[in-house]
Design a protein around this ligand. Structure first.
Ligand SMILES: CC(=O)[C@@H](O)[C@H](O)COP(=O)(O)O
Ligand SMILES: NCC(=O)COP(=O)(O)O
Length: 237
């Protein structure tokens, strides 16, 4: 079964726009879980443009499914994970000024660094996932870091989906299959939406979890949050 983890970054973007606590993202997280999400994902970036470090601290005691904290493992980020001990940490190689995540890890060049970070995060009791481009050649190096899972970076899939979905999904199928052979769990995320999610799910039997935020929040503006969470859940049946 593939779990839906809802990324609430964009709810924090809206909250921060007026400087008060509306929407209340803690209440939103409770409600999103009640609507059927099987996880809450947050990506506290160094500039705290949306999710703040304090949000992560506040979310941990109220999330009853799984809290997935994404980020580049800077010393501050690792210290936050040591303090909060989320169920899952997803390592993303974002530059501090990146408008959004735009690549997976070069796990060959950063293999020792990642090996050390993964070991430290696992010592906190966190499951670790590494954000990875869909390239089967990277999977062995990813596995050598000791990570529990990879998260397939699905922007390229989303871009190509409408033009040629079979070609779009092919590298993801190969990478997921190799990961499964090496005992790695497979997550996926970035630019997944109500158009492209079901086919990805159908094509990747190894898929343990998808984390979805931007499109889901945009859809909720028209369709309502409860209805939208359930629409995304139905794409994973
Ligand atoms: C790793 C990933 O793909 C998402 O966490 C993405 O980075 C969302 O971040 P923003 O909400 O800041 O675009
Ligand atoms: N890891 C992907 C994520 O958390 C959300 O990405 P997006 O749906 O906001 O593109």
């Amino acid at each position: 079964m593939t779990k839906l983890s809802v990324n609430i970054n964009k709810l924090a973007t809206l909250r921060n726009a007026r400087g008060h606590n509306r929407p209340d993202i803690l209440q939103a997280a409770r409600d999103i879980e009640r609507f059927g999400a099987e996880g809450i994902t947050v990506h506290p970036r160094p500039d705290e443009r949306h999710i703040r470090y304090q949000d992560v601290r506040d979310l941990k005691p109220i999330v009853t499914t799984e809290l997935n904290v994404e980020g580049n493992p800077t010393p501050d980020f690792v210290a936050l994970c040591r303090e909060v001990r989320p169920e899952q940490v997803t390592l993303v190689p974002d530059a501090p000024d990146a408008i959004t995540s735009n690549s997976g890890w070069d796990v060959v060049t950063h293999q020792q660094f990642l090996r050390d970070v993964v070991a430290e995060l696992k010592s906190f009791g966190c499951r670790v996932s590494i954000f990875l481009d869909p390239d089967v050649r990277l999977v062995e190096a990813a596995a050598s870091t000791g990570t529990d899972r990879i998260e397939l970076y699905t922007e390229a899939y989303a871009v190509q989906y409408l033009a040629d979905r079979e070609a779009a999904v092919a590298p993801y199928r190969a990478t997921a299959a190799r990961a499964g052979q090496l005992g790695l769990g497979v997550n996926a995320g970035h630019d997944l939406d109500l158009d492209n999610l079901a086919f990805l799910h159908q094509q990747l039997p190894e898929l343990a979890e998808v984390s979805i935020g931007h499109a889901l929040v945009c859809d909720a503006l028209y369709l309502g949050l409860e209805n939208t969470v359930q629409l995304y859940r139905r794409q994973l049946r």
